[in-house]
Design a protein around this ligand. Structure first.
Ligand code: FAD
Length: 324
């Protein structure tokens, strides 16, 4: 007998029906070769906090060059992690919690995107977070697929078209999809944006194109989030804005997170981090800071707090047990 997937509900409806701040988190698919149990091992400890949805990140293939005969180089695409469709279906089957696959523009033609969306719809997964994705290591700037999308707004438009029954090729009458679309927002601005106000302008375009809620990039200074929300409201972005929180865990994170995510640590946090000599000490500071941020955000009645687990749930569990 087939096991039914969870009764899928839209993220926007979870947010509308919530009586208080919701808990959610995102997981990173493991490197290839692992199995689904490694995903469950990351999710199990967090289920006691009753997440309404769990996001699954997507990671683009990378390219390597292999030397062939006569000095010729062959470009080979390597995918390091499994894709999101199967993982989302497995999560919904096992936990009966909505899974939100991240869908990116990078590396995909419109046709491949449509096919992925058809698979998601078929499996009853009707939430997606629509993103552009970053450039790959061998490119200095983001290069769209020749048949794909340059910006997330175009991906959102494609999903919107499918939601109104318009597929790429109108050869047969097809049922419209019914995706709830989320988009990314950057309290400290996206690293490529000229300034925060152009970034907000493009964020509004994503909302106008059909994004029903926003999830933010991680930030460590709540004021940046509150100011960002105010800036969004001032230009007419009215959708829920979910703050994203990441507990700092290791000495490596101290240099890595500001560089990779283009974010600052506030002075009070950097002072504490500078005293740390070991990963354990950093982890302790990260948890304390995560609790402090989460308490303030919850007191401000944010719709949901979204935790970036990056595959390890222990720090998020400790924080969540103080908050939810
Ligand atoms: P866009 O909204 O397209 O914006 C990209 C840049 O272009 C911005 O500087 C923006 O100001 C500008 N811009 C936007 N529209 C226009 C326009 N029409 N004309 C000119 N400029 C424009 N990456 C992954 O690869 N996989 C993931 O799973 C993933 N998950 C993420 C989850 C969250 C919550 C967040 C915040 C980010 C995530 N990312 C992920 C990273 C994301 O893909 C990168 O930050 C990427 O560089 C930008 O994506 P975006 O969707 O915000 O792009």
């Amino acid at each position: 007998m087939a096991i039914p997937l969870a009764q899928s509900m839209k993220v926007i409806n979870h947010l509308k029906e919530a009586k208080g701040t919701l808990f959610s988190f995102e997981i990173l698919p493991p490197l290839k070769g692992a199995n689904i149990q490694s995903i469950y091992d990351g999710i199990d400890p967090l289920m006691e906090f009753k997440p309404k949805f769990i996001n699954v990140t997507y990671h683009r293939e990378e390219f390597i060059y292999k030397e062939r005969e006569k000095g010729l180089l062959e470009k080979i695409a390597i995918r390091k992690r499994p894709g999101t469709v199967g993982i989302c279906a497995a999560i919904m089957n096992k936990y009966h919690v909505d899974a939100v696959p991240h869908l990116i523009c990078g590396g995909f033609s419109k046709e491949e995107t449509e096919n992925a969306l058809i698979d998601l719809q078929f499996l009853g997964i009707d939430n997606v977070l629509a993103l552009r994705g970053d450039s790959i290591k061998t490119e200095s700037t983001f290069k769209p697929h020749p048949e794909g999308h340059r910006y997330a707004v175009e991906l959102i438009e494609q999903i919107g078209e499918m939601n109104s029954g318009k597929y790429l090729v109108d050869d047969i009458q097809l049922a419209p999809t019914d995706f709830c679309i989320g988009a990314a927002g950057y309290p400290e601005k996206h690293f490529e944006a000229m300034n925060l106000s152009t970034d907000l302008h493009y964020l509004k375009q994503k909302v106008d194109a059909g994004a029903e809620y926003i999830v933010t990039q991680m930030f460590f200074d709540n004021k940046k989030y509150f100011d960002f929300v105010e800036g969004c409201r001032a230009i007419g972005i009215t959708v829920p804005i979910i703050p994203g929180i990441k507990p700092i865990k290791t000495l490596n994170h101290i240099a890595f997170l500001p560089k990779v995510f283009s974010i600052d640590f506030p002075e009070a946090l950097s002072k504490e981090l500078l005293k740390c000599k070991t990963n354990e000490e950093v982890n302790k500071v990260g948890i304390e800071w995560g609790i402090h941020q989460s308490k303030e955000l919850k007191a401000a009645n944010v719709p949901c707090i979204h935790y970036y687990t990056m595959s390890t749930s222990d720090a998020v569990k400790t924080i969540a047990s103080e908050i939810f």
